[in-house]
Ligand binder design. Structure first.
Ligand SMILES: [Zn+2]
Length: 94
C-alpha cells in the first residue's frame, strides 16, 4: 500500500538527475549525446553494453532482464524499500 502522494514522488524525480544517481554506482560511457552505457548493476555477469541511461527521458534500461525504470526504481533495485528510495532522492534534490 502506498499512501505517499504522487506529487511528492514527482517532485523528487524532477529534482534529481538520474544520471548522477546511477553514476554513484555504475561507470557509464556516453556514446551518443544523452545515451550512457555501462555494466548492469543488477547482474554479476553483465557486459559493458547491458545497461543504458537515457538522460533526457530520465529512464534506465537493463538489457539482461529487460527491466527499466526511473531513479526510484533504480534505488529499489539496489535493495531499498520504496519510501527509503524516495527519501534518498529527496536528499539529493538541488
Ligand atoms: Zn537486469
Amino acid at each position: 500500500m502506498n499512501r505517499t502522494p504522487s506529487t511528492r514522488v514527482e517532485k523528487a524525480l524532477q529534482g534529481v538527475s538520474l544520471l548522477e544517481i546511477v553514476q554513484d554506482f555504475v561507470d557509464l560511457v556516453e556514446d551518443e549525446p544523452g545515451l550512457w552505457w555501462g555494466v548492469s548493476p543488477h547482474h554479476e555477469d553483465s557486459g559493458p553494453d547491458d545497461f543504458v541511461v537515457l538522460e533526457k527521458d530520465q529512464i534506465w534500461e537493463c538489457h539482461v532482464c529487460q527491466s527499466y525504470g526511473d531513479a526510484i526504481g533504480f534505488m529499489m533495485n539496489r535493495g531499498l524499500p520504496f519510501i527509503e528510495a524516495l527519501e534518498y532522492l529527496e536528499r539529493r534534490i538541488k
